[in-house]
Ligand binder design. Structure first.
Ligand code: F6R
Length: 245
């Protein structure tokens, strides 16, 4: 595993954007696996900046996102479709038909999960997968569990997650109760994986995920078995492993 230590969030975003940029330059028609959440926003800003300067061209790039809430329209401000358009896609020259996110409006979970899984296979797999890390070690919506769920599947959100999301919605009934997510096997089949972490609150889980036992109770720990993982973190997020690296 490669570990890049960054000074702060800005520096982490720049270092991770360098890796994504190199991927796009080396293989202009690459397949990028993308994540939402707060951590990648700075990376997306960097990519937009490089596109605007003429240093990056997304015209041949294809993207597949990790996850999406079930039951949310693309136009809903809480949907990951909305997030990706707002934070990246609407600012670059990517072909919208080349951007893929699970369809939250498909009610038939089995149908949507096998469509998404097949789509990734048909694209020839993911060249580079960007991942954030949840405080409990989750990647995508793969929460701690007794087993690793392998392929794209529908997840029942934990009660605590539903309650935490309530603030973004008018009432508890409009909060999504389920989500579609790539599975662990789908994720680890990516040829290259870049994990980004920032902030002191991620320090403990970084240590558990990358230096602890490999277990579905810490889903990200499976990444220890992948042979091309790069962890990019700021000093705070890497503080509990600073003696090991
Ligand atoms: C989102 C996703 C999640 C986040 C994780 C960390 O697509 O896959 O697993 O990466 O929850 O979120 P932040 O970056 O907000 O700490």
């Amino acid at each position: 595993m490669n570990i890049y230590k960054a000074k702060n969030y800005e520096d982490m975003s720049r270092k991770a954007a360098n890796i994504l940029s190199a991927q796009i330059i080396m293989k202009p028609n690459c397949v990028l696996g993308l994540a939402t959440g707060s951590t990648p926003i700075g990376i997306y800003k960097q990519l937009i900046d490089r596109y605007e300067k003429g240093d990056l061209d997304f015209s041949q790039v294809t993207t597949v996102n990790l996850d999406e809430y079930k039951g949310l329209e693309k136009e809903n401000e809480q949907s990951y479709h909305y997030f990706m358009n707002k934070n990246l896609f609407s600012h670059i020259n990517i072909n919208p038909n080349h951007t893929h996110i699970p369809n939250g409006m498909e009610e038939d979970s089995k149908k949507e999960c096998s469509r998404y899984e097949q789509l990734i296979q048909n694209l020839g797999g993911v060249d580079l997968q960007l991942l954030g890390l949840g405080h409990n070690g989750h990647i995508g919506f793969n929460e701690p569990d007794q087993i690793f769920y392998k392929e794209t599947h529908c997840v029942d959100l934990q009660e605590s997650t539903i309650k935490a999301n309530q603030r973004f919605f008018d009432c508890i009934d409009s909060v999504p109760k389920q989500a579609y997510t790539m599975g662990i096997k789908t994720i680890v089949q990516a040829r290259k994986i870049v994990v980004v972490v920032s902030g002191k609150d991620k320090a403990e889980i970084v240590k558990k995920a990358f230096f602890g036992p490999v277990t579905p109770l810490v889903p990200a720990s499976i990444l220890q078995m992948h042979n091309d993982v790069t962890l990019v973190g700021d000093e705070d997020a890497l503080s509990s492993i600073s003696k090991m690296i």
